[in-house]
Design a protein. Structure first.
Lengths: 105, 249
């Protein structure tokens, strides 16, 4: 790939990514939205995070590729997050589960 | 004034504590990208510039690895599809930016990656000044880590052993953050449906399943919200009726 094309790709990717991130903040921040829309937006976070979790956990190998240790790590992380409400405990518990079960199975 | 300062410094400290477990898993990913830069068909200095300018791991890795084997348009399309989820982040955080100064509205989104969104989405109860301090502290910390580890990865390659399985750390963290974000029943419905649809569409290219799952989740959450509101209105109406009948008798 020559320098000119690579620079054009970099510019398009940078600008496109920036406007994907900023577009609705710039558009919606000055407007008072209907209550129903505001409530719907409050659900975007949990919906995206859950979708992201599953997609990253399963990966490109498909559903069959997820190991028992990985599924258990996600389950334990969810349980500890609900119980402790603390990110570091969640991380430690999830990764310990992964390492221990990976070593056993 | 002192109260405001204290609150702001508490927000800073909390932000730094919160970002550590999310920044640590980004380190091996950054190393992988650093290594990919050294093997890319793209001029290396341009591939390196994706770190400060694009600042989005999956999109960067796509650009760097597709260079040389795909057309420029295919690379740009792939990057934009992968980053579609940022549009939803932007929509979700828009209410938090309502009381922010203009410079913050224009600048902050530049640093809005998955981890920053995940933490910022949980800070909507903070005052505008505290939210700003928290957001910028988290975002700059992650930006600094990212822009340090990628050049290091370019220099020393992957030094983290595969046996550590740190590649699986992000889903573990995101699972916890999902639980933190569920504060009401509709949010729980949104997460459940989002996760299930994402699982059903996981085979789609360019991680499109994330966007489809998220959209399905938001829709399901809105329907749940509507049903709960209708039920509450019905209950209120029947309570009023009972009260009126009691008063008239």
């Amino acid at each position: 790939m020559n320098t000119g094309v690579a620079l054009a790709v970099l510019a398009a990717a940078s600008i496109g990514t920036y406007f994907a991130r900023s577009g609705l903040i710039l558009l919606l921040a000055d407007r008072t939205l209907p209550v129903m829309v505001e409530r719907a937006l409050a659900n975007v976070g949990p919906a995206v995070l859950a979708a992201l979790t599953i997609n990253l956990a399963v990966g490109e190998g498909g559903v069959g590729s997820i190991a028992l240790a990985e599924a258990a790590a996600i389950g334990v992380a969810c349980a500890v997050a609900v119980w402790r409400k603390d990110l570091i405990s969640t991380f430690v518990a999830g990764m310990l589960t992964l390492w221990i079960l990976s070593a056993i199975t | 004034m002192n109260v405001i300062r204290r609150a702001a410094s508490t927000a800073d400290r909390q932000a730094l504590v919160d970002i550590v477990p999310l920044a640590v898993p980004a380190i091996p990913f950054g190393f992988v990208i650093g290594l990919a830069v050294t093997e890319s068909a793209m001029p290396h200095w341009i591939a390196w510039l994706t770190a400060p300018l694009v600042f989005a791991g999956a999109a960067q890795l796509t650009m760097i690895t597709l260079a040389g084997s795909a057309s420029a348009w295919a690379i740009i399309t792939a990057v934009l599809v992968i980053n579609t989820r940022h549009v939803m982040y932007s929509a979700a955080l828009a209410p938090s930016f309502r009381h922010q100064p203009t410079w913050m509205r224009w600048f902050a989104p530049f640093l809005m990656v998955d981890q920053v969104f995940a933490l910022a989405a949980l800070q909507q109860d903070r005052s505008p000044a505290e939210f700003r301090r928290y957001y910028l502290t988290v975002a700059f910390a992650l930006f600094a880590v990212w822009n340090t580890v990628i050049p290091l990865g370019m220099l020393v390659g992957p030094i983290v052993p595969d046996s550590w399985q740190l590649g699986f750390a992000p889903p573990v963290m995101f699972a916890g953050l999902t639980m933190f974000a569920i504060k009401r029943i509709p949010a729980g419905v949104a997460a459940l449906v989002g996760g299930c649809v994402s699982l059903a569409t996981v085979d789609l290219r360019d991680r499109l399943g994330i966007v489809i799952g998220a959209l399905a989740g938001v829709l399901a959450g809105a329907i749940a919200e509507q049903l709960i509101t209708q039920r509450a209105n019905r209950d209120r109406a029947s309570t009023d009726l009972v009260r009126r009948e009691g008063a008239s008798s």
